[in-house]
Design a binder for this molecule. Structure first.
Ligand SMILES: Cc1cc2nc3c(=O)[nH]c(=O)nc-3n(C[C@H](O)[C@H](O)[C@H](O)COP(=O)(O)OP(=O)(O)OC[C@H]3O[C@@H](n4cnc5c(N)ncnc54)[C@H](O)[C@@H]3O)c2cc1C
Length: 440
């Protein structure tokens, strides 16, 4: 039985293989194909959807985690796709390099994070897939395909955000930047002020995001800029207090109280919003971007045009009030530059990402449905790794290069060896999926 991080997606693969090298990866795919089974790479399971699930062959490639080539002057780094983002960051830092932007955790594998268009925040910076220069994929027939910006750019633009549906990503060449320090200031602001000054706040920071706690009128604003100051890593005691006790234990306690007494959630949120203070962190970029998340929840996130951000946040908060949803987790709002990967939710548009969360074993469905209706009105594109209710029919019109992605998919995986129920739903049916069900 395989389960995702949140514990609410599970599947029983027919077989699980753990290749540790390119040759073993090719061998495993060949065996699945010969047995008439479909194949999914499941990585660290940090997606909230069934995107990694399979009843065919599951591949775990975390042992493929080596740095293969580092070219300091150009910043080009070739790495195996099973490496975790945390270890990748440490290895890069040792070599004086860094990823130019990251999301808020570093537990994911590189291959998994790319496949769902994982992003951080920073309106002048693209998502993780925008940092990819080249990739090597093992295809359904066992062959190795290399695509790069200079050769076969069409395939690369599909594969950078491929939903695991084109082949198994074996290696990735990333364009990294010289290691840098970030200065992050967290502070509360009245929500009305944060929304009114949104453009200014987004533009004046390298990385800007804010959290809005439903039922309260306070936003926790996170302003992060590059700094020439030396890193000032926090002591262990301070790190424990902030990361473990406040960000996880206290949040977990509030979430449990809220689940037990949902009618008290508005009061709890208002209490929390009065306690929120300011804090500053100056450290190496990867230690500022990522934090630990121990409280388990489920999540939906949508990318909408940046210009609609303030209005959309207001509408989400209004629908929570009007429908009486008990929401103890904040709404998270981030900003990302447009890019050119065919299935990137920020494809060719400056994007505001709005994420909503619900503590595990609490009712999330009506809340997420209501939020999705709002996001639909902005031509919203869902995060591929987070909950949504879209299908290929509703998604196709939102992606200008939808057909080009489908053409690459037909060329690379004509029989749907890498299909699962999720890809059937969001990309359209691939014929081979039937074979897997028959083979199990
Ligand atoms: C606590 C938490 C915080 C998060 N924070 C953020 C955030 O800040 N920003 C954001 O954008 N997202 C965030 N996410 C979502 C997360 O980044 C994505 O869901 C990501 O895809 C998870 O990566 P994974 O390694 O766990 O991949 P999985 O979830 O295991 O797999 C995701 C997909 O990638 C495919 N895949 C994985 N490896 C390969 C490979 N080598 N070849 C081909 N296909 C492959 C799988 O088949 C599957 O389709 C967060 C999730 C959690 C649980």
């Amino acid at each position: 039985m395989w389960r995702n991080w949140a514990g609410d997606q599970q599947c029983v693969p027919a077989t699980v293989e753990r290749p540790a090298s390119l040759e073993e990866l090719r061998g495993a795919i060949g065996r699945a194909s010969a047995a008439g089974r479909t194949v999914r790479v499941a990585a660290s399971g940090h997606s909230f959807t069934d995107i990694a699930c399979t009843d065919g062959q599951m591949l775990r490639i975390e042992a493929m985690d080596r740095l293969l080539d580092v070219d300091r002057p150009t910043g080009l780094v070739k790495v195996e796709a099973g490496i975790g983002l945390g270890r990748l960051s440490q290895e890069l830092d040792r070599r004086g390099l860094a990823l130019e932007n990251m999301g808020d955790i570093d537990e994911q594998t590189l291959g998994g994070a790319l496949s769902t268009a994982t992003h951080g925040t920073g309106v002048r910076l693209g998502n993780l897939s925008a940092q990819v220069e080249a990739m090597e994929l093992v295809l359904a027939d066992g062959s190795l395909l290399e695509c790069s910006r200079s050769s076969d750019e069409d395939t690369l633009r599909a594969a950078r955000v491929g939903l695991g549906a084109l082949g198994a990503i074996a290696t990735v060449t990333l364009r990294c930047v010289p290691a840098f320090t970030l200065d992050r200031l967290d502070h509360p602001l009245p929500l009305a002020e944060a929304l009114e000054r949104l453009d200014e706040l987004v533009d004046r920071n390298d990385h800007f995001e804010f959290y809005s706690l439903p039922h309260s009128e306070i936003a926790l604003v996170r302003e992060t800029r590059r700094s020439d100051d030396p890193p000032r890593p926090r002591g262990r005691a301070r790190e424990y207090l902030e990361q473990v006790l406040l960000e996880n234990r206290l949040v977990g306690l509030m979430a449990r109280i809220g689940r037990r007494f949902p009618s008290q959630i508005p009061r709890l949120n208002r209490l929390v919003s009065r306690l929120v203070g300011s804090s500053r962190k100056v450290d190496r970029s990867y230690r500022v971007f990522a934090s630990k998340r121990q409280v388990r929840f489920t999540e939906m996130e949508y990318g909408i045009p940046r210009a609609a951000a303030a209005e959309a946040v207001r509408r989400v908060l209004d629908v929570i009030d009007q429908r009486g949803f008990a929401v103890g987790f904040p709404i998270e709002v981030r900003f990302v530059a447009g890019d050119d990967a065919y299935l990137s939710p920020s494809y060719e548009r400056e994007t505001c990402y709005i994420a909503v969360h619900m503590y595990r074993r609490m009712e999330w469905y009506p809340y997420f449905r209501a939020v999705e209706t709002i996001m639909d009105s902005y031509d919203g594109r869902p995060h591929w790794g987070k909950r949504h209710f879209q299908s290929a029919a509703t998604l196709a019109p939102r992606y200008p290069e939808w057909e080009r992605f489908q053409a690459v998919r037909r060329r690379l995986d004509p029989d749907g060896l890498f299909a699962n129920e999720y890809t059937d739903r969001v990309l359209g049916y691939a014929p081979a999926h039937e074979r897997s069900a028959a083979a199990v």
